[in-house]
Design a binder for this molecule. Structure first.
Ligand SMILES: *[C@@H]1O[C@H](CO)[C@@H](O)[C@H](O)[C@H]1NC(C)=O
Ligand SMILES: *[C@@H]1O[C@H](CO)[C@@H](O)[C@H](O)[C@H]1NC(C)=O
Ligand SMILES: *[C@@H]1O[C@H](CO)[C@@H](O)[C@H](O)[C@H]1NC(C)=O
Ligand SMILES: *[C@@H]1O[C@H](CO)[C@@H](O)[C@H](O)[C@H]1NC(C)=O
Ligand SMILES: *[C@@H]1O[C@H](CO)[C@@H](O)[C@H](O)[C@H]1NC(C)=O
Ligand SMILES: *[C@@H]1O[C@H](CO)[C@@H](O)[C@H](O)[C@H]1NC(C)=O
Ligand SMILES: *[C@@H]1O[C@H](CO)[C@@H](O)[C@H](O)[C@H]1NC(C)=O
Length: 379
C-alpha cells in the first residue's frame, strides 16, 4: 500500500477568556460568550493537486502541488444546553461553515486532480469480500467511467457531489457507505454537531472547570486497544482553567481525531498585544507503537507518523498525519514529490491566553491554531 498524502486541514481556533466569572453558570456575564464564542474561527483547507496522474498509473511517483488555502469562517453554537445537578453541563456544539473568498487563495470552483477516494475506499473495503462482489465492483467502475484519479472542483471535493456509483453501491452493498446521496470529504460536517459533551462547570469544584466528564454519554472511548488510548482527557479544546503556567499539560479531547491530545509548552509570545503561551504537539503525537509504546493502543499501525483512523471512521481506510507528514518517517515524505515538512509551517500548535485577573475581558481573542493533516491510502 502506497500512501499518498493529499489534503491537509488547518483549523484556526480563536479562544477568548473572560476575566471574571469564568465558571459556566447561566446567570454569569460570560454565559453568552461560552454559549457562542464571540471571536471568529477559521478553517483553512489545503488540497494537493496531482500533476502527473497518467504517469502515476504507469508506476511513477506522484508529483503534488499544494493548492489553497480555501478559508471558511466557522460559526459555532452550543445548543441543547442542560445543567445537571452534579456540577456539570451537557451540550451539543453545532458548526456551520461559510466560504471566505477574500481570505482564500483560489475559489471553490477551482479544479483539482486527486485520487478518486470513492473508488479507493470501495476497493480497499472489497479486499475480504467474495470474488463475485469484486467483479461486480470492477464492472461498475468501468460502467460509470470511474478512474483512480478524478478532476473535480474544490467545492465538490469538500462538500460533496452526486455520482451514479454511490446509488449503485448503496443498492448492492447496503451499509457499506456511511452516506446516502452525496460524497465529499466534509459532506456531513456543515450544520452538524461534534457529539454530546458533558463538561464540569467549576461552580462547586473550581479545579475541574471545563474538563470533559463524558462524551456521547461515555467516560471513555471504545475506538482503541488500550485503556490509556481510550481515555478522555482534558477539556473540549476551546477553554482551559485560567491562571495557566508553562508547566501546564494542555490536554483536550478532539472528536475529529477520535482521541485525546496532549500539548507541551514551547514559548510565550504575543498576539495583537495580548500575551500568549504557545503549546505544541509532541514529536510522538502520531508515532507508531514500536517507536513510542504508549501509542500501541492506536495500532495496527504502519510507518511512524500516521495514525490509523479506521476504527472510528466506519472501517474506511483513513489515516491522520500532521501536514506534509511533518515528524513522520522520511520514507512517507519521499514516496511522493512535492512535500516539504517544516516546523514553522506544519507543526500543530495552540496559542492560549494565560488569563490573569487584571486583564480586561478580551473580545478580540487570541488565535490558537490546530493544524490537522490527513493521509489516505492509495494502491
Ligand atoms: C436537542 O433538542 C431538540 C429540540 O430542542 C431535540 O429534538 C433533540 O432530541 C435534542 N437532542 C439531544 C441529543 O438531546
Ligand atoms: C452528572 O450528571 C449527568 C446527567 O445525569 C451524568 O450523565 C453524568 O455522568 C454525571 N457526572 C458525574 C461526574 O457524576
Ligand atoms: C453551511 O450551511 C449554511 C446554512 O445552514 C449555509 O449558509 C452555508 O453556505 C453552508 N456552507 C457550505 C460550505 O455549504
Ligand atoms: C479538469 O476539468 C476542467 C473542466 O472540465 C478543465 O478545464 C481542466 O483542464 C481539467 N484539468 C485537467 C488537469 O484535466
Ligand atoms: C490521558 O491522561 C493520562 C494521565 O495523564 C495519560 O497517561 C494518558 O496517556 C492520556 N491519554 C491520552 C490518549 O492522551
Ligand atoms: C513503526 O515505525 C518505524 C519507523 O517508521 C518502522 O520502521 C516500523 O516498521 C513501524 N512499525 C510497524 C509495526 O509498522
Ligand atoms: C487499521 O486498523 C484496522 C482496525 O481498526 C485494521 O483492520 C487495519 O488493517 C489497519 N490498517 C492498516 C493499513 O494497518
Amino acid at each position: 500500500t502506497l500512501l499518498i498524502f493529499f489534503f491537509c486541514v488547518c483549523v484556526c481556533m480563536c479562544v477568548s477568556f473572560p476575566s471574571q466569572n469564568v465558571r459556566v453558570d447561566p446567570n454569569s456575564l460570560s454565559f453568552e460568550m461560552w454559549k457562542q464564542i464571540p471571536v471568529p474561527f477559521y478553517m483553512s483547507v489545503y488540497l494537493f493537486h496531482v500533476l502527473n496522474s497518467e504517469e502515476v498509473m504507469k508506476g511513477e511517483k506522484p508529483s503534488l502541488q499544494e493548492r489553497g488555502p480555501y478559508v471558511y469562517r466557522e460559526y459555532r453554537e452550543k445548543r441543547n444546553i442542560t445543567f445537571n445537578d452534579n456540577d456539570t453541563v451537557s451540550f451539543l456544539e453545532y458548526r456551520t461553515f461559510v466560504f471566505q473568498p477574500q481570505m482564500s487563495h483560489g475559489l471553490e470552483t477551482d479544479y483539482i486532480v486527486m485520487p478518486n477516494i470513492l473508488v479507493l475506499v470501495s476497493s480497499v473495503m472489497m479486499e475480504h469480500r467474495p470474488m463475485s462482489m469484486k467483479l461486480l465492483m470492477s464492472l461498475s467502475f468501468s460502467m460509470f467511467g470511474q478512474r483512480a484519479f478524478m478532476n473535480r472542483t474544490v467545492g465538490e471535493i469538500m462538500w460533496g457531489y452526486r455520482d451514479p456509483l454511490i446509488d449503485l453501491l448503496n443498492k448492492y452493498f447496503p451499509n457499506m457507505l456511511p452516506f446516502k446521496d452525496k460524497f465529499g470529504l466534509f459532506s456531513q460536517l456543515n450544520d452538524s454537531n461534534s457529539g454530546l459533551f458533558t463538561v464540569f462547570t467549576g461552580v462547586k469544584d473550581f479545579s475541574k472547570i471545563h474538563l470533559v466528564d463524558k462524551w456521547n454519554g461515555k467516560s471513555k472511548l471504545n475506538f482503541w486497544n488500550s485503556d490509556q488510548c481510550n481515555m478522555i482527557n482534558g477539556t473540549a479544546g476551546q477553554m482551559w482553567a485560567p491562571f495557566m503556567t508553562p508547566e501546564y499539560n494542555l490536554q483536550f479531547y478532539s472528536p475529529e481525531a477520535c482521541r485525546s491530545l496532549s500539548f507541551e509548552y514551547e514559548k510565550s509570545g504575543e498576539f495583537k498585544g495580548i500575551p500568549t503561551y504557545r503549546f505544541v504537539a509532541p514529536n510522538t503525537i502520531f508515532a507508531n507503537g514500536s517507536v513510542y509504546p504508549p501509542n500501541e493502543g492506536f495500532c495496527p499501525c504502519l510507518k511512524s507518523g500516521i495514525q490509523n483512523m479506521s476504527s472510528c471512521q466506519l472501517s474506511a481506510p483513513l489515516f491522520l498525519s500532521q501536514p506534509h507528514f511533518y515528524n513522520a518517517d522520511p520514507e512517507l515524505v519521499e514516496s511522493v514529490i512535492g512535500l516539504h515538512p517544516s516546523k514553522e509551517e506544519h507543526s500543530l500548535f495552540l496559542e492560549v491566553h494565560p488569563v490573569s485577573q487584571r486583564t480586561p475581558p478580551e473580545r478580540e481573542g487570541v488565535p490558537g491554531h490546530v493544524v490537522l493533516g490527513r493521509a489516505l491510502p492509495a494502491r
